[in-house]
Design a binder for this molecule. Structure first.
Ligand SMILES: C[S@@+](CC[C@H](N)C(=O)[O-])C[C@H]1O[C@@H](n2cnc3c(N)ncnc32)[C@H](O)[C@@H]1O
Length: 434
């Protein structure tokens, strides 16, 4: 958290000490220091001492930058830079500049212009701003021979990033510009259409229309369902990274204690959670439930050896749950909905619950302010605003979760809130008392 009295010297000292912890660890373990080149490691080692120092470093450097900009400059500078930073990333993504430059080679700006269709003079100006963000570089200043930096080459390591950027910059960003209008017009409504995305994209729809129903509308000149599929890829991309890595699902609950059991992965998208659970816990069978459009992508993702234990079922979670299972798992589903609708989703499961069966939610559990490093707090507050913007929903504290679960049915007993180490999301174990 910002401490009003923190000053330049203290922040600089925090930066020096955190950097020293990291560089000493790297030296001791014979690892190279990160730099901006394409061959540099994509991240620092995932060991607690390094990650703690890294968080402190991120927090202190952003505060020191704030002070270095100065309070007379901060708002003027940020309100100019933010949207151009965003628009440059959007262009690099939409025009596939990522692959117009070979991963480990060079490309002239003229060749990139001809591959992408961006006029060369405009492309040079876009690149100048991209260079200032550490995305792409010239082999030497003024050569206009372009190479990748580590960050601009990320597409080659994780092509799904294109979907994550596309969803955020083509859908969320334009919706964000309408958030003030949504706040004025709909104040504290709980209806999904009464959000910024509703104002921006589906203003004449009924109040219960959602971003997902808008994704699915057939539009002239567009391939049906492409936005649903891109959203699926964006979620899969998130599941491959750091604190959102899907492996964290294993640490939040003793899955092997279930023995032979069925897990229904409600709103499971392509099924990365089911794949992870089935591959680490051989006695589990997983059924992914989501929109039918996702079935082919999901089938392509499930490894052959897991096909007998990981299956896909088209199911609308506002309709009665058709499967009797030991666990109903909902990962980042409830945060898409206001309380009124979370209650509706969970009520669909009640008729198939048996004594001892469980609902397990994997969701952000909003911590008390100041309880986590600033950068983690910022990530959670950004996701909370993402929910407000796209779905008129929210991220919840433990108290908020307890309230919505108990409102669904008093026979649900919240047994545990577990925050796996290094994971942004926690697991909430809810047992049916019967
Ligand atoms: C935020 S995503 C989470 C996906 C996945 N569980 C994860 O953690 O990556 C929400 C999911 O809910 C699905 N969804 C939305 N409305 C639905 C509905 N009415 N019935 C079934 N699935 C739905 C979406 O297609 C999407 O895959």
């Amino acid at each position: 958290m910002y401490n009003l009295n923190e000053n330049f010297t203290e922040l600089a000292a925090q930066i020096a000490s955190s950097t020293a912890i990291i560089t000493e660890y790297l030296k001791k373990n014979g690892l190279p220091e990160p730099d901006f080149t394409v061959n540099s490691a994509g991240g620092l080692p995932p060991v607690p001492e390094v990650q703690e120092a890294r968080m402190n470093l991120i927090d202190a450097t952003s505060k020191l930058r704030h002070l270095a900009l100065g309070s007379d400059e901060l708002l003027r500078t940020e309100s100019l830079l933010m949207h151009h930073d965003q628009s440059v990333i959007d262009i690099l993504n939409q025009f596939d500049v990522w692959t117009a430059v070979p991963h480990h080679g060079t490309a002239s700006v003229a060749s990139i212009a001809s591959k992408t269709g961006i006029p060369e003079e405009k492309l040079r100006r876009i690149f100048k701003h991209a260079f200032s963000m550490g995305l792409f570089a010239e082999t030497s200043p003024g050569s206009w021979e372009i190479v990748h930096t580590g960050s601009s080459s990320y597409y080659y390591r994780n092509p799904l990033i294109k979907a994550w950027i596309g969803h955020n910059l083509e859908e969320v960003a334009p919706a964000c510009t309408r958030l003030p209008d949504a706040l004025r017009k709909y104040t504290d409504s709980q209806e999904p259409a009464h959000c910024a995305a509703g104002v921006a994209f589906f203003p004449d729809s009924p109040p219960d229309a959602t971003l997902f129903s808008w994704f699915d509308i057939e539009r002239e000149g567009e391939e049906k369902g492409w936005r649903v599929r891109r959203f699926g890829d964006a979620m899969a991309s998130l599941a491959e990274t750091g604190s959102a890595r899907i492996e964290h699902v294993n640490a939040g609950f003793d899955w092997d204690s279930l023995g032979e059991a069925t897990v229904v992965d409600i709103g499971g998208s392509l099924g990365h959670a089911s794949i992870e659970l089935a591959s680490k816990h051989p006695k589990l069978k997983c059924i992914i439930q989501d929109f039918a459009e996702l079935e082919p992508q999901s089938a392509a993702l499930v490894p052959t050896e897991l096909k007998s234990r990981v299956t896909f079922q088209a199911h609308n979670f506002f309709e009665p749950q058709p499967v009797v299972a030991e666990v109903y798992f909902l990962k980042h589903v409830c945060h898409d909905w206001s309380d009124k609708y979370v209650v509706k989703i969970l009520k669909q499961i009640v008729p198939v619950m048996k004594t001892g069966s469980r609902v397990i939610l994997m969701e952000f559990i909003v911590p008390a302010r100041g309880a986590v490093p600033d950068s983690v707090g910022r990530f959670i507050s950004a996701i909370d605003l993402q929910m407000m913007t796209l779905c008129n929903s929210k991220e919840r504290t433990p108290e908020d979760w307890t309230k919505v679960v108990k409102e669904t049915d008093e026979r649900f007993d919240i047994k545990a809130f577990v925050q796996p180490p290094g994971s942004a999301a926690g697991l909430i174990e809810i047992v049916w008392k019967g």
